[in-house]
Design a protein around this ligand. Structure first.
Ligand code: NJP
Length: 243
């Protein structure tokens, strides 16, 4: 199937920022949306907003650090809509800091959410995509992995691990599945909220020229709307002002 109309798209990290903007854009263009994140009240409100605008959405509380939650999200898509066309693994956290600070728990949390969370999504969706004979993985990575800067090394490492795994997945996927990584630059979202003050200062500076999350949503839509045989592998969307 080409285009976006009628596609069933599950999105992790759908409760805010890029995930929320992607859900709204794809729903507006006729996709059926399966929303996942940990804050149910936000998912419920977003699903209601989509339905009020004439779209179709459902949701499930999904913590991507729990493998069974990803399995549940994929199952919800199939139970409710009969298939899953696209899994957008977008949930991510950026607990950036200097390595000297030894914030080992933050490192582990980023590995659990940004890396293992994507792997659990692959584990949940790949058998389904194989059985269906079609499917598309879209993974949100980062320009932090393209231009490595201080404070962001562990975050960038998790994102580049996903970049590497996505390329391996693409090569193993064969001719019926698609794999896309999207690297946002600075985007105005809640992303920096949990950062410590020194790290937040670095990000706040970048936020002065940050993009609206819609810019990344449009890139994701571009990858999804391509005809079946066209696999958009890698998209970088950054502000023109970003160095
Ligand atoms: O940030 P934010 P973005 N299980 O904080 C969810 C990447 N990125 O939209 O669970 C499930 O508004 C959280 O939901 P909740 C970034 O690395 C961004 O900017 O309800 N979900 C929320 O919906 C990330 O991969 C920038 O708290 C979990 C979402 O993740 C993606 O863009 C730059 C979760 C985060 O939304 C979206 O982030 C860049 C869990 N355990 C890459 N933990 C940027 N904004 O500048 C968190 O290069 N979430």
């Amino acid at each position: 199937m080409s285009g976006i109309e009628g596609k069933v798209v599950a999105i992790t990290g759908a409760s805010s920022g890029i995930g929320e903007a992607t859900a709204l854009l794809l729903a507006e263009r006729g996709a059926k949306i399966v929303l996942g994140a940990r804050r149910p009240e936000r998912l419920e409100a977003l699903a209601a907003r989509i339905e009020k605008a004439g779209g179709d959405a459902t949701w499930a509380r999904t913590d991507v650090t729990r493998r069974e939650d990803l399995a549940g999200l994929v199952k919800l898509a199939r139970d409710r809509y009969g298939k899953l066309d696209v899994l957008v693994s977008n949930a991510g956290i950026g607990l950036i800091s200097r390595l000297d600070d030894l914030r080992v728990e933050d490192w582990e949390e980023m590995i659990d959410v940004n890396l293992k969370g994507v792997l659990y999504g692959i584990a949940a969706a790949l058998p389904v995509f194989r059985e269906q004979g079609f499917g598309h993985f879209v993974n949100t990575v980062s320009t932090a992995g393209l231009r490595i800067v201080p404070l962001q090394s562990v975050y960038a490492g998790t994102k580049n691990a996903v970049r590497t795994i996505s390329e391996g997945l693409r090569q193993e996927a064969g001719d019926s599945l698609r794999v896309t990584v999207v690297s946002p630059g600075a985007v105005r979202t809640d992303f920096a909220e949990r950062m410590d003050p020194a790290a937040k200062a670095q990000i706040d500076k970048m936020m002065e020229t940050a993009l609206s999350p819609d810019a990344v949503a449009r890139a994701i839509a571009f990858a999804i709307e391509q005809p079946d045989g066209v696999d958009v592998g890698d998209i970088v969307v950054r502000p023109t002002a970003q160095g």
